[in-house]
Ligand binder design. Structure first.
Ligand code: ZN
Length: 421
């Protein structure tokens, strides 16, 4: 089934940042279903809505972006992620808040705004120190949860209009935080302009984004999907922020989410040395040219066909193959590689919410753990943890197929002793 044209707000013929025409498409993952649209048993075989995921490069401002935008309402009506369930994220946030309070000398007279504040998992740390906050998040469930723990939250989408309204009410932020939201925003310029409007003259904004370089160098193409509209380099971000009177004051690399950047923005127009180093490195390594991305697309194409061939060989030898981890990236990997129920018997997953349902687009059932001969690791990023947990499976002769960055099969003889626990 083709995507429903009526569901697409804009076909982005111009760049999401600089508005220039002439975007160069370099990778198509095809029309695929929303990655978490797990299918109930009764609906298997029914057409599923699919939306294109085509990646393009802007030769004007060097921003990598997908061309189509699924309306935010379609995504948000289903959104039920609660950040407080991630222990890693909680400790990451506590540390971030501790650092901000110390660096910015925040106290009861300060004001902190967080965009995409979810269930208040980060802002609660300021509230605990008596520092006034405001959360902004359109997802009703998480926003309600934030209110119940004392984090005031506006249930709205953030942009220049809301920022102007807050400013008119006398609300000006000493610190604006926006973690893992910039890549999801359809109106990129409206969002950054909103930050510029709401920020105090000497205030800072801290924004966390995934880094396009990690995506490309680690071949993480399965993290490309509808919700992720942009894939940022520092070069592209620098241009975007300066357009709205903001500049990068600092860039920090963070290990969270498989490699992210924390950006500090202010109104100080000087280019800081950490920023200059990133800009020069990106230029030297080719991130500002199209070849870098074309080569990535070639490697992805090779990986997808290599993986499919490997699975078909195993299947033709009569082996039974399952997959592990019904995650968003699995939906992308399976759909974009043309791997369906003819190759994979089932996907094992620990979540009772997903068990009994089917992977979007490919009709593979999701079940509690079972033990086939081969298991394709859809959550390959958790490989070490899974190998440790599933040592008994490997000892019994089971084998994992790790798809990225090169499809390989591994058995107990391949496990480094450090992981054998
Ligand atoms: Zn552009």
């Amino acid at each position: 089934m083709e995507y429903r044209k009526t569901d697409i707000v804009s076909a982005a013929p111009t760049c999401r940042s600089c508005r220039q025409e002439g975007l160069i498409e370099f990778l198509s993952l095809g029309p695929i279903p929303l990655t978490d649209a797990y299918v109930a048993h009764a609906l298997v075989g029914e057409p599923e809505p699919r939306y294109p995921v085509d990646l393009a490069f802007c030769p004007g401002c060097r921003l990598v972006q997908i061309l189509f935008t699924v309306p935010a309402e379609v995504i948000f009506e289903r959104y039920s992620y609660y950040s407080s369930f991630s222990e890693t994220l909680l400790s990451h946030s506590r540390e971030h808040v501790r650092q901000l309070i110390a660096e910015r000398h925040l106290g009861p007279a300060s004001f902190v705004i967080e965009v995409a504040s979810n269930d208040g998992y980060l802002l609660r740390n300021f509230v605990g120190q008596g520092i006034p906050v405001l959360g902004i998040d359109p997802a009703r469930g998480p926003a309600d949860a934030a209110e119940t723990i004392g984090v005031p939250t506006l249930r709205e989408f953030f942009g220049s209009e809301l920022a102007a309204r807050l400013r008119a009410q006398g609300k000006v932020a000493d610190v604006v935080i926006a973690n893992n939201v910039l890549a999801h925003v359809a109106d990129l310029n409206g969002f950054v302009q909103g930050i510029a409007i709401i920020l105090a003259e000497d205030g800072v904004a801290e924004i966390e984004v995934p880094y396009v370089r990690d995506l490309i160098d680690n071949l993480e193409f399965d993290t490309i999907y509808h919700e992720h509209l942009c894939y940022f380099s520092i070069t592209a971000l620098d241009t975007l922020f300066r357009r709205h009177g903001l500049s990068l004051e600092r860039v920090q690399a963070l290990p969270i989410h498989g490699g992210s950047l924390r950006l500090t923005l202010s109104r100080n127009p000087d280019t800081a040395s950490s920023v200059k180093a990133y800009l020069e490195q990106e230029e030297a390594d080719g991130l500002n040219g199209f070849d870098y991305y074309r080569e990535f697309a070639d490697r992805v194409t090779e990986l997808r066909s290599g993986l499919r061939t490997k699975l078909m060989e195993l299947r033709s030898e009569g082996k039974r193959i399952a997959a592990y981890g019904a995650a968003a990236k699995g939906t992308v990997l399976l759909n974009s590689s043309g791997i369906g129920s003819e190759l994979i018997d089932f996907v094992a997953d620990k979540s009772p919410y997903k068990q009994g349902k089917f992977m979007p687009g490919v009709g593979i059932p999701i079940v509690p753990q079972k033990s086939p001969e081969y298991v394709l690791l859809l959550v390959w990023n958790l490989k070490d943890e899974i190998v440790r947990e599933q040592r008994a499976y490997l000892d019994a002769g089971g084998r994992f197929i790790v798809p990225i960055p090169v499809p390989i099969a591994m058995g107990k003889e391949d496990v480094p002793s450090a992981l054998s626990g």
